[in-house]
Design a binder for this molecule. Structure first.
Ligand code: G16
Length: 544
């Protein structure tokens, strides 16, 4: 095998964000850009000679070409075997599952998650370590430092490997195994959930579901598991063929971007259960008939009922949520007498807690839920968990949710996103807030007094690593809370996220529209941060 050592110069923008390196396709397709970053990963991680690497992506534009480049670079860097999904497809949770099951040294996942695809859209590269989870910050920072100094990368001179059929190929001394992207994952799901009961639910006339794969990676998984294994009628899964541009849509399962599904679930003849997943299959949105379950509530409901599901029947060791996620799951943890951890935004922060056996379930307000079965959040897993509960309880989603609130109280919650705002203005706004933190306690805002304000910092209880500057928290005397943070996943300008929540214990007041229930807090957020003055925006772009 001929190996080329290609001379290159560093790019200055290869620092991974909340979840891998995400850039516009036009940036990623610049000569040497992808190669520099892949070489930085392989040089930093230095898998032992002959090690196994997992490779796949969400099928977005440039996926196929990038996979061939990475295969050639893996061969040139001494990787022994690559497990690659058929057609270059692997959802993020399936990649995590395959890494763990086959003892791989790690995996490279090509995805910009929920960001739009296509030639004008985004592309991304994530590196996961041997535990199946996103590389921790210590690793991503070293990769970034390497990318600033790179002078050369190694690539084998070789033609494309055919990826359309499962089977084995060789690329020099490296073996390339093209695997069924669904098989290992489906087998894991079957061990965790009561497939017989879910099958019976789908066979009863009383239950109809709609799963919207948004033309992204979960299509093949949902067709195989929901329709073929669990007997959901064909047509249950819509938009189930992954397309390079996601059909021109925005593969983000929220109330705005998955509006077709939302409209269907709020129609007069709505199905009983609706769900969607994102570009790479790790996010989920759960809907009932005329009802939306916030991701924070979803995590709390799963935690409260986990003992009913085969894979979790022994109960939970503990739970974790990202800081901006509502405190609904904290109430469940307190009732069960288990630990609840509050981590910064980013699934990578759950990894050490999961590896140490401190938590079983974790979740984020950003439509992410998961457990110790893999080391990524897992969209279809959450949908199957809900289906298992619905199959047992034979209750509408709205009734189940109402019962949960009656037991634990309701945490009214909303997130307001201001997208594509001027980066300097966004940072100036956050800096002003940060500088004013000391003067906030005791200040009256609307009808509330501020009791506590900080810039969230986290010390990992397992490895002691410290992460600072993770979001401005402001807590009021009735325990209502506002959090301000800048997104770490955008590729254009800055995205301001404002997270708002308040607790309502009274079941008589659990029926309000969240925007109305939180109206005074929304006004307080605008007053405290002067959002309009800093950003020029009078309203958020996305409300979830
Ligand atoms: C990623 C991370 C999540 C995070 C989300 C939003 O999700 O894996 O942990 O909550 O981004 O991050 P931000 O608020 O910084 O935009 P995904 O689905 O994009 O990989």
């Amino acid at each position: 095998m001929k190996i080329d050592n290609v001379t290159t110069t560093p790019f200055d923008d290869q620092r991974p964000g909340t979840s891998g390196l995400r850039k516009k396709v036009s940036r990623f397709t610049q000569p040497h850009y992808l190669e520099n970053f892949i070489q930085s990963i392989l040089s930093v991680v230095e898998p032992r000679a002959g090690a196994t690497l997992v490779l796949g992506g969400d099928g977005r534009y440039h996926n196929a070409e990038a996979i061939q480049v990475i295969l050639r670079m893996a061969a040139a860097n001494g990787i022994g075997r690559v497990l690659v999904g058929r057609d270059g497809i692997l959802s993020t949770p399936a990649a995590s599952c395959v890494i763990r099951k086959h003892g791989a040294a790690g995996g490279i996942i090509l995805s910009a998650s929920h960001n739009p695809g296509g030639p004008q859209g985004d592309f991304g590269v994530k590196f996961n370590t041997a535990n199946g989870g996103p590389a921790p910050e210590t690793v991503t920072e070293t990769i970034y430092r390497h990318s600033r100094e790179i002078r050369e990368y190694r690539i084998a001179a070789h033609g494309d490997i055919p990826l359309g059929r499962t089977g084995r190929h060789t690329l020099g001394t490296m073996s390339v195994e093209v695997i069924d992207p669904v098989a290992d994952y489906a087998e894991l799901m079957e061990r965790l959930f009561d497939f017989d009961r879910i099958h019976a639910l789908f066979n009863s006339d009383a239950f109809r579901m709609r799963f919207d794969a948004l033309h992204a990676v979960t299509g093949p998984y949902a067709h195989a598991i929901l329709e073929r294994r669990l007997g959901a009628p064909p047509g249950t899964v819509v938009h189930g063929t992954p397309l390079p541009d996601f059909g021109g849509g925005h593969p983000d399962p929220n109330l705005v971007y998955a509006h077709e599904l939302v409209d269907a679930l709020y129609a007069a003849d709505a199905p009983d259960f609706g769900a969607a997943s994102d570009g790479d299959g790790d996010r989920n949105m759960i809907l009932g008939r005329h009802c939306f379950v916030t991701p924070s509530d979803s995590l709390a409901v799963l935690a409260a009922n986990a003992h009913l599901v085969p894979g979790y029947r022994l109960g939970l060791r503990g739970v974790a949520r990202s800081m901006p996620t509502s405190r609904a799951v904290d109430r469940v943890a307190a009732a069960q007498g288990i630990d609840c951890y509050e981590t910064p935004t980013g699934w990578k922060f759950f990894g050490s807690l999961l590896d140490a056996g401190r938590v079983t379930l974790c979740g984020e307000e950003s439509f992410g839920t998961g457990s110790d079965h893999v080391r990524e959040k897992d969209g279809l897993w959450a949908v199957l968990f809900w289906l298992n509960l619905l199959a047992l309880k034979r209750q509408p989603v709205a009734a189940l949710l109402r019962e949960h609130w009656r037991t634990f109280g309701r945490d009214y919650y909303t997130r307001h996103d201001y997208e594509g705002i001027d980066s300097a203005a966004a940072h100036a706004m956050i800096d002003t807030l940060r500088e004013g933190l000391g003067s906030l306690p005791g200040r009256r805002v609307g009808a509330r007094n501020t009791v506590y304000a900080d810039d969230f910092a986290y010390t990992d209880p397992v490895d002691g690593s410290v992460s600072t500057g993770q979001g401005i928290r402001i807590v009021f005397d009735d325990d209502a809370r506002i959090v301000f943070r800048l997104s770490g996943t955008g590729t254009e300008g800055a995205t301001l996220r404002v997270y708002l929540e308040r607790f309502e214990p009274d079941p008589e007041r659990h029926d309000l529209d969240p925007q109305a229930a939180l109206a005074d807090l929304i006004a307080a957020a605008n007053e405290l941060a002067a959002i309009e003055r800093h950003t020029g925006r009078t309203a958020p772009d996305v409300i979830t």
